[in-house]
Design a protein around this ligand. Sequence first.
Ligand code: LMR
Length: 328
Amino acid sequence: LSAASAALALTVSAGAVSAACDDGEIVVKFSHVTNTDKHPKGIAASLLQERVNEEMDGKMCMEVFPNSTLYNDDQVLEAMLQGDVQLAAPSLSKFENFTKVFRIFDLPFMFENIDAVDSFQASDAGQDMLDSMQRRGLQGLGFWHNGMKQFSANVPLLEPSDAEGLKFRVQTSDVLVAQMEALGASPQPMAFSEVYGALQTGVVDGQENTWSNIYGQKFFEVQDGITETNHGIIDYLLVASSDWLDSLEPDVRDQFMTIVAEVTETRNAESYNVNQENRQAIIDAGGEVRELSAEQRQAWVDAMRPVWDQFVEDVGQDNIDAAQSHNS
Ligand code: LMR
């Protein structure tokens, strides 16, 4: 090995949780963008890998590539359709080029908490969404939870007017662009892996994300503080290509799908707790967490809630009504 290829080998093995697949095993590359520890998606991906590699030894072999080491979310779905990666779990905000039905999950203040998201997804309307991209060659295997989003910026955010004129990184979602425009802020769509640097250098002033992402990516270190708005959600679609799923022998596919369903249920039940641990970890590390009074929070609702009107036609009033019926 030359020094350069040794260094490359080290980098690759640090990125992939390598499972050293055997000849004859179906190799499943799972690419995602978050950290693995203390993260709802990272933990779920690791558990899935562990179970597949134990229970399907000799048949299937999974390798997880976290932290955007293989692809970022803007590339991964195309890579999947090319057959370069078999599994991914982008946030529901990242399917804009494939379907508009997931826009409902980005509408601000649509869901009160992750339990409401869970029960909406379990309903017929939610389950139908797993199949919404079949025409485009993608099959949803299940919804994976992260949690509620919070705002952070390089200045304190207490009133919606505090966000006016600031640049906020958003995921690549038209709803999130409209949401920031409703606040008089300037939305900057950007890949997750670039956010820390953009906050640090002042390319953007703020961002919105869950406690686990704010802690996992250390955003709190380069922000004035985090305001506990719980104004939206980040949730994921565990997704594969229809071609790849169809290529599996029925018994292999069934065993794989059973493990997927069990991991999904087990880890979704913990996502709230994982995020609360990250919230506490931010505080313990000296990050500033600002809580809003009921009156202050209502002002954020009033400012952002009108965004729904722009997207009713895309998501359907019936879906909005259904989603709302799952709030307590
Ligand atoms: C983001 O881009 O902020 C999130 O979708 C990242 C993630 O996967 O949680």
